[in-house]
Structure formats: C-alpha cells, structure tokens
Design a protein around this ligand. Structure first.
Ligand code: IPM
Ligand code: MG
Length: 400
C-alpha cells in the first residue's frame, strides 16, 4: 500500500468512528430518567464471579449481601441471581467481550455485583477481545464510575466521579496502524457525556452537603477534548452557586493526593475516563490498597458494582487466590445496597468494613499465607455487620 492508499483507508475508518459516535450522541440526547428503585419489585441483583481471584472474593460479598438482605428476599422485594459465563474461557470461546446469552441475563437484572474479569492484551494466550468491563459499561451505558476513598483518621473523604464510557476508552479497540510505523488512537469527549457526569458530581456534592468540586483534566495540552470537558464544567458549576469548584491538571493533582497538607481539602472530583482510572488507583492505595476499594458503575437504567482492581493473575499463579482481600467487592456491595434503597444496611456494611479492615484488624488479610483467607475475613465482617454494638464500635475509632 502506498502512502496515499494508507491515508485513504485510515480516513475511511475514521469516518466510520465519527458516524458511530454521532449516533451515540443522538442516543444520549434522548436518555430516560434515573431508575426509581422504590417502585421496582422485585429488584433483581445479579452476581458475576469473573476471573482470577474474582470468584473467591465475590462469593464473600455475596454471602454478606444474602445475610443482610434475607428479610427483603423473604418478603419478595429482592432476588439474588448468580449469572455464569462471564469468564475468559467462555468469552474466548465466543470471541466476544460478553457472550450474547450472558449479556441477555445481565439485562434481566436491575443491578449486578461483578468480580474482576481478565482483559486480554497483545501476546496473551487469549484472543485479543475487548475488555468485558469496558463492554459492559458501554452496553449498559454505565457512564458514572463512582469511587469513594475514605481514611477517616486522616480526614480524607473523597469521592471520584470518573466518566466511564468516553475518552480513550470509547473506541479503545478501534485505533489504527495507518502504516507499520504510525499508530493512532481516538479520544472522544461529547457535550452530553461530560454534562451528565459533571452534573452527577455536583448533584452528589449538593446532596451530601459538600462544598468543593475539583475538575481534573490536562486542558492546557489536550485542548479540544479536555477543553470541552472544562467548558461544560464551567456551565454546570454556575447552576450550583453554593459549591466552589476548581480546575486542576491531572499531573499536579496526582501530586496533591500524596501531599498530606493539601489532600484533606479535596472532596468531590469529576474527571474524564483515563485520568479517573489512574487517579483512583492512586487514591485507593492511600486508603490501604486497591484491594480495599469498591466502585459503582451507574447508568440511568442499570448499575454494576465491582472492585476497582483486576484479576490478580500473579496471585492465582502462585496459588494464593484464597488469600485475596474481599473488601473491595464488599465495599462495592455496600454501595449497591445504598443505590437500591437499602441505605441503612449499606451504611452498616461500610462501617463494618472500616472496623474490620482499617481499625480493629483482628483478622487481617495480607494476600499471602501469613494472613487470613478471604473466607476468614468474610466471617469476621459477617459477625461484625450483625453486631448491635457496631455503631458504637465504629464511633470510638473515628473519634480516637
Ligand atoms: C478499572 C480497571 C478497568 C479500567 C480495566 C480492567 C478495563 O482498571 O475499573 O479501573 O481500565 O477501567
Ligand atoms: Mg483501573
């Protein structure tokens, strides 16, 4: 292929991407309202174990949810349903990020709790299919990736609103090698996509009585797309006069998060997808590791809750899967409870996880055989979450 042909082929490919994305913008314009779970009966909660350490940590979260929700299940308000088949083996066999029958089952649920799923990369033994996470976020339009990070004793109480469907992720598997030497990926930011995530962040701030929102971009360099994100933020912010906001660049923000003098000032963050991916891993590490952080992937219709980390293939290879920390998926479970209207139960599970994982640590998971197994930690959380003294136990540490 000569250069002219290469450019032509690439331009054609680019045209198709633009078409797809413009169609998506049209869909965003006619998006429905948020699901009102108080009107949904029964609420169907799907559980997907995933790959690697996924099944062993997910089952612990499932046990806790089943216990807490037992009365609701008995009253027919809610159903917990295990969905099989979102495994790398099955996905590889179908050469699909999410096999059709699995996706159909997922769509029958209102919300799901999901273990991490393996994302193949070039050179893997698996076909280089799209990430199941990314596919699910796109397929169910789960645009808000909400990731709280709390270290009460250091005064850290952050919540990240990471945009979840756009940016370099929107067409991350559709980049092109224009020639053997020139590779190009595409970054997508839309007005509608920016608007809904930034509004979600400001709405949260308003509801939670928070005073400050940080918008994180690299708009000094990535002028068009990050520039749009920032413009939309400016417009949204003007509708929330009681909340102050600031734009920050992602590099200095990553430094701020580890600056003990500065970091307490931040409360709510809104940011495009990739910056959010990176900063939330950093933030989670400050809380005690990515194994302790859960996240909500919210769309107006569906929602999915998961750990923020991956499948930990090294742990599995070394035979340590049973020592993996289930806190992350349990946190996700607590967020799930709060999202579907079981506010009090979710709050209690968060408290139990603070007590078990950050304060008392009577049963501590280390990821190795010198620590507890996930099952033992699960038993500890189960006992703690059911302890009538839990609120007092928790208070005592928070004010220590
Ligand atoms: C996350 C993960 C995913 C992402 C991967 C597994 C596709 O890192 O949820 O943060 O990049 O979003
Ligand atoms: Mg990540």
């Amino acid at each position: 292929m000569d250069q002219q042909q290469a450019i032509q082929a690439a331009t054609g490919h680019f045209g198709k991407i633009l078409q797809q994305q413009l169609q998506r913008v049209e869909r965003l314009k006619s998006e429905g309202p948020w699901t009102d779970y108080s009107k949904v009966r029964p609420i169907i909660v799907g559980v997907l174990g995933g790959d690697g350490i996924g099944p062993s940590i997910c089952v612990e979260a499932q046990r806790v949810l089943e216990r807490l929700l037992q009365p609701a299940i008995q009253e027919g308000k809610l159903v917990i349903r295990v969905i099989e088949g979102l495994t790398i083996e099955n996905r590889a066999a179908h050469k699909k990020a999410i096999p059709d029958d699995v996706l159909a089952e997922i769509k029958k649920c209102h919300v799901t709790l999901k273990g991490p799923t393996h994302t193949p990369e070039k050179g893997d033994p698996w076909p280089n299919i799209e990430s199941a996470n990314v596919a699910m976020r796109k397929e169910l339009d789960l645009f808000a990736n909400v990731r709280p990070v709390r270290v009460p004793k250091e005064g850290i109480d952050w919540i990240f609103f990471r945009e979840n469907t756009e940016d370099l992720y929107a067409v991350g598997s559709q980049g092109i090698n224009v020639t053997p030497d020139l590779a190009v990926d595409f970054r997508v930011i839309t007005t509608q996509g920016s608007l809904r995530i930034i509004e979600a962040a400001f709405d949260h701030a308003r509801r939670a009585g928070k005073k400050h929102v940080a918008i994180v971009t690299k708009a000094n360099i990535i002028k068009t797309t990050d520039g749009k994100f920032l413009d939309v933020a400016r417009a949204v912010a003007s509708r929330y006069p009681e909340i102050t906001w600031e734009g920050w660049y992602v590099d200095i923000m990553s430094a701020n998060l580890i600056n003990p003098r500065r970091r307490k000032e931040f409360q709510v963050f809104a940011l495009p997808n990739l910056y959010g991916d990176i900063l939330t891993d950093e933030a989670a590490e400050i809380q005690g590791g990515v194994g302790t952080a859960g996240s909500a992937n919210l769309g107006k219709r569906y929602a999915m809750f998961e750990a923020i980390h991956g499948t930990a293939p090294r742990m599995v290879r070394e035979g340590r899967a049973q020592y993996a920390d289930p806190s992350s998926v349990m946190r996700a479970g607590a967020m799930l409870l709060q999202h579907i209207g079981f506010e009090e139960l979710g709050g209690r599970l968060h408290q139990a996880l603070d007590v078990c994982g950050q304060y008392e640590r009577k049963v501590a998971v280390t990821g190795r055989s010198n620590g507890a197994t996930g099952r033992e930690f699960g038993d500890y959380v189960l006992a703690t979450v059911q302890d009538p003294q839990l609120p007092a136990r928790w208070q005592q540490y928070v004010h220590a």
